[in-house]
Ligand binder design. Structure first.
Ligand SMILES: [Zn+2]
Length: 211
């Protein structure tokens, strides 16, 4: 017996594959356009945990620095590392208490802190003068990685978050586009931000060997 069923070379199955390939391509284009729209609308900024969300005390006083700001100074907090919001928040509250009650500063010293949870935490923020680097505090943003980074660097998610913060600062007009990035040790005699972290940031965009 011979089959009498005529199967067309390009049957319904072939057509539907082609059809779904076209639909997939259109979907991808729509997704790409949507992603560009999102990026254009919100800028390249990391999510920043506001002070209220880590339980900050109000500052005793606030002084503003003129914008745009010419430097970013990288620090390590010489603390334990933290890997989730609750632990990072507790460490930051402890730092704020020490900076205000022991050092006598008006607030936590740093402008921003970055945890190994990949989150950026608001310290004094973009516009307020910090207390972190003599000679540079009033012309810089002080960014401190939570932990001690003599032997190991922070996690990549933390490093990427800090780089994104810098891009965001430029995009939003807080930082000069050609701002200089330095480690604390380039300004004063200190080990900060730790050997491993310092060896990392010398490869970052905007790093300047001589501030
Ligand atoms: Zn430092």
């Amino acid at each position: 017996m011979t089959s009498t069923i005529a199967t067309p070379i390009f049957g319904a199955h072939g057509t539907s594959l082609l059809d779904s390939a076209i639909r997939y391509s259109v979907k991808m284009k729509v997704a790409a356009v949507f992603a560009l729209f999102i990026a254009g609308t919100f800028g390249a900024c990391p999510e920043i945990v506001p002070r209220a969300d880590w339980g900050a005390r109000p500052p005793n006083s606030v002084s503003y620095q003129p914008l745009p700001i010419p430097y970013v100074v990288i620090h390590h907090a010489e603390s334990e590392s933290c890997y989730d919001l609750d632990t990072c928040a507790a460490l930051i509250r402890g730092m704020q208490d020490e900076h205000m009650d022991v050092n006598g500063w008006s607030d936590i010293g740093f402008n921003f802190l970055v945890g190994d949870d990949g989150r950026v935490y608001e310290g004094r923020g973009w516009e307020t003068i910090g207390s972190h680097t003599p000679g540079f505090s009033s012309i810089s943003i002080g960014v401190s990685f939570i932990g001690t980074f003599n032997d190991n660097t922070p996690f990549d998610i933390a490093l990427d978050a800090a780089k994104l913060l810098n891009e965001c600062g430029v995009e939003q007009g807080y930082l000069y586009p050609n701002f200089g990035l330095i480690g604390h040790r380039q300004a004063v005699s200190t080990d900060c931000p730790g050997n491993a972290l310092y060896d990392e940031i010398i490869n970052w965009p905007n790093y300047v060997p001589v501030p």
